[in-house]
Design a protein around this ligand. Structure first.
Ligand SMILES: C[S@@+](CC[C@H](N)C(=O)[O-])C[C@H]1O[C@@H](n2cnc3c(N)ncnc32)[C@H](O)[C@@H]1O
Length: 208
């Protein structure tokens, strides 16, 4: 489900960018480490600020980013012009990364979700797709908005989100685990239990 105009304004502004840079990416890096030289995919890149941070602050060698909102794709391409040699921004759906990006099984070192999965009705299938494209040992960095936040009057009145099958933090973590994406202690909630941030590792059967 795409953002409405109000949510787009709430997400694309200097305060949100500061939160993403100084809090979310710092914590994601603390919990999951940098990517130095790694190949990343980002689902729901929006205007591309997260993509920029994944390259500039986390050291990814390349990022393939998808978003189904054509307005966001235009904004992200504009923002990421100077990284065009390492970033690809494609109009597409997190549920079909093969269709959007030609993403093969196990082809990425890392996947990023900056507040996107709660926008997807069939969010479990989005997690299937993340697990599919990560290599064994690959990392899934996520920041999510939980059912607790979505039930608040501000979210209900101002923004558009799927109405059914929303997830609490524990449900999201359990679904990751079901797909072989192990989080262990590498997660935290913030603003009570409204937001969830963490890093999962795809199980690697060859590791000791
Ligand atoms: C709250 S915004 C976050 C945007 C960006 N990640 C950020 O942090 O600024 C949610 C984004 O998810 C995108 N989205 C919605 N459904 C999606 C889907 N099925 N696959 C990929 N992205 C989706 C929306 O178009 C929107 O850009």
């Amino acid at each position: 489900m795409l953002m409405n105009a109000l949510e787009s304004a709430a997400v694309n502004n200097p305060a949100r960018r500061a939160l993403q840079r100084f809090y979310e990416v710092r914590w994601l890096t603390r919990l999951g480490g940098r990517l130095d030289g790694g190949r990343a995919v980002e689902i729901g890149c929006g205007s591309g600020y997260g993509t920029q941070l994944v390259v500039e602050r986390m050291g990814a060698s390349s990022v393939d980013a998808v978003d189904p909102d054509p307005r966001m794709v235009v904004r992200a391409r504009r923002r990421l012009r100077r990284h065009a040699n390492v970033v690809r921004v494609v109009h597409g759906d997190a549920l079909d990364l093969a269709g959007a990006l030609g993403a093969e099984d196990g082809s990425y070192d890392a996947a990023f979700d900056f507040a996107v999965v709660h926008h997807i009705e069939d969010w479990r299938s989005a997690l299937d797709e993340v697990a599919r494209v990560l290599r064994p040992g690959g990392r899934f960095y996520f920041v999510e908005v939980t059912s607790a936040a979505l039930a608040r009057p501000t979210y209900r009145r101002l923004f558009d989100h799927p109405e059914h099958d929303r997830f609490a933090a524990g449900q999201f973590l359990a679904e990751l685990s079901r797909r072989g994406l192990e989080v262990g202690p590498r997660w935290k909630t913030f603003v009570g239990s409204d937001y969830l941030l963490g890093v999962a590792r795809r199980a690697d059967p060859t590791a000791e």
